[in-house]
Design a protein around this ligand. Structure first.
Ligand code: DAH
Length: 354
């Protein structure tokens, strides 16, 4: 057996398996060194001692070399694995799908934010409303032709004795006419005024319903933002100021508002307002507004009196407005069909994710 050659072979063993093979080849039961050891018995004592010593040295040398090579090969394998398994932090991670806000919510947040900055509070109201709050109390009695402006979902089913429409104090208002899916947010003007005393400024975002044939510009359900400001000396100038501020909030410094006289039963005088859209260089019709009709203050005070509360609106003035939220989004983003809003098609909605 050639020790030099054996050591060299071991030092070059490419894998742990081949190293194991070499171990068996030299040190195994029938290994080369083992066989040499077996020949010792046949030697004379003097020679045996000498050869035994040499063979033991060889054995030690082989074992050391095997160990060293094994350690090296193991270290090498570890390094390779570390290299393969190392985390590449520059790789894009897994995307965990998360929801986003609906385009309607985004626009509403923007609108409400502009009014909050001007000191308005945000108030919400019921979607199933009494005929009284939706119509009568805002000067649209049963015979009033203006009721025809809003095709109405009347809630005609009989839901049983447990069903009541409640007023601001939890009182039943079933006696005050039928129930409707509110056709606008204007009924909240009355609900709020009955419960609060001026001065105040509020905006009311919310869902409204109209019994209409839907088409590209009509939906049976959409959102409005209502505004109401009441105090001792509120004037039309305040209304113009606030709407102009809204125009600047939405369209930047170039934004401005235009008012044209029109009729709504709950305001006098009444206007419709448009805003200048700088990018398109044109006016956008956005909603109605006006000075709160004295009839509303009277209806509110009468109701308060019935509830044992003092009258609070004599001598007050105020202004109100109402605007369509989807309509603003339609024009602003150039969306061709209002029905896209609520078809829940993700390819559409994702474009506006906030
Ligand atoms: N309620 C009206 C509608 O839905 C919008 C409106 C017009 C609201 C004038 C107002 C207002 O508060 O003053 O068509």
């Amino acid at each position: 057996m050639n020790l030099e050659a054996a050591l060299e072979e071991i030092g070059k063993a490419p894998t742990l398996e081949s190293l194991q093979g070499l171990k068996v080849q030299y040190l195994g039961k029938n290994g080369l060194l083992t066989q040499e050891m077996k020949t010792l018995g046949r030697l004379a004592p003097e020679e045996r001692r000498e050869k035994g010593r040499v063979l033991n040295e060889w054995k030690e040398a082989l074992e050391k070399a095997l160990e060293a090579r094994e350690a090296w090969l193991r270290e090498q394998a570890l390094q390779e694995r570390l290299l393969q398994e190392s985390l590449d932090v520059s790789l894009p991670g897994y995307a965990f799908p998360s929801g986003g806000l609906h385009i309607t919510s985004l626009i509403l947040q923007e609108l409400v934010g502009i009014f909050r900055k001007q000191g308005f509070s945000v108030v919400e109201g019921p979607e199933v409303e009494s005929e009284f709050f939706n119509f009568d109390a805002i000067n649209m009695p049963e015979w009033h032709p203006a009721r025809d402006m809003q095709d109405t979902f009347w809630v005609t089913f009989d839901p049983g004795p447990g069903f009541t429409i409640r007023g601001p104090f939890g009182e039943s208002v079933n006696s005050l006419g039928g129930a409707v899916l509110r056709t606008h947010t204007s009924g909240m003007q009355i609900r709020y005024m009955i419960q609060h005393t001026p001065p105040f400024r509020i905006v009311v975002p919310g869902r409204v319903f109209r019994y209409e044939q839907t088409d590209a510009s009509h939906e049976a359900m959409f959102h409005q933002l209502e505004g109401l400001v009441v105090g001792p000396d509120i004037t039309m100038a305040d209304l113009k100021g606030a709407i102009s501020e809204l125009a600047r909030g939405l369209f930047g410094e170039e934004g401005k508002a235009r008012f044209q006289p029109t009729y709504f039963p709950f305001v006098e005088p009444g206007v419709q307002f448009a805003m200048w859209w700088p990018e398109r260089q044109k006016w956008l019709e956005l909603g109605g507004a006006g000075m709160v009709h004295p009839y509303l203050f009277k209806a509110v005070d009468d109701y308060r009196e019935q509830q044992g509360l003092p009258r609070a609106y004599e001598g007050m003035t105020g202004w109100a407005f109402g605007m369509g939220v989807e309509r603003l989004a339609l024009l602003r983003y150039g969306i061709p069909d209002i029905r896209y809003f609520y078809q829940n098609r993700l390819s559409f909605l994702r474009q506006f994710r906030g």
